[in-house]
Design a protein around this ligand. Sequence first.
Ligand code: AMP
Length: 313
Amino acid sequence: MSLLVVGSIAFDAVRTPFGERERMLGGSAVHFSLAASFFTDVRVVGPVGDDFGEAEYDVLRARGVETADIEHVEGGRTFFWRGHYDYDLNVAHTDDTQLNVFGDFQPKLSEDSKTTESVFLANIQPDLQLQVRRQCESARTVGLDSMNLWIETARDSLRHAIGSVDLVLMNDAELRMLTEQPNLVRAAREVMAMGPHMVVAKQGEYGAALFTPEAFFALPGYPLEAVIDPTGAGDSFAGGFLGYLDSVGSEDLSDQTVRRAMTYGSVLASFNVEQFGTERIQALTEGEINRRFEEFRLMTHLDAQTVELRSAG
Ligand code: AMP
């Protein structure tokens, strides 16, 4: 089993009410691949510049992520994002986005990358997502994320890209924005009508909800007392979700399997936000993941029990 991700590989500058970092490893593909690496073989595709050095590669390699398809652009600079969060940690405020090497990126996948079973088109320009999708014809499960920037500036391309995938994972506000539909259930239905048969609405600290044509499942966020930096939570969720699906063979999309995928997504996202950037996931152990999975299971369990209800009067 193997899982390919294309997305941003970045340096992030982030300020939250709990501190700040001027330059740290980030990017949607990085957060995704570190989370997914606990479940399956992960290959990452994306461009970097001269400022991306061995220390950054080592973070990915330490988790066994295959970096051979990272394209080093001579003389270029790595994608840079600056953002901050106020007391509502669910809302990221973008202060600066420098596409740099992403400006001219033309994804060319190696043969190994073209034949992975699962693919995640992380948040990048939707035409690039579509270019990658077209090169991975044999993939069984393809997921996609996006953001308000692309909904505003490339809506038609994004609709095309969504039409080519099986699974969409987006913030609930972005699903509403994309479909211009205030009701989330209807928004999810509209996205499914574009092609995908699964939609996950990420709801920040409130958790995540999964829609399929036949089913609905939702999980709360893990009740953390200290959220330090939410950057990358969505990508870590996607990494846990798709990493787990790939590890069990993604043709098994039974109800129980997707519920477990939702839970692993929530577990990985909850760890990600405990420290800045990738710091917490780099130090994460399998034991910690298993314990938090079990806590989620107990937290959301409900016994079957009937009670005699009173009639009126
Ligand atoms: P999230 O999981 O939504 O918090 O994603 C956070 C990551 O997205 C950060 O590490 C940023 O480097 C990256 N990012 C921010 N803006 C963009 C963009 N316009 N395109 C691609 N990646 C971005």
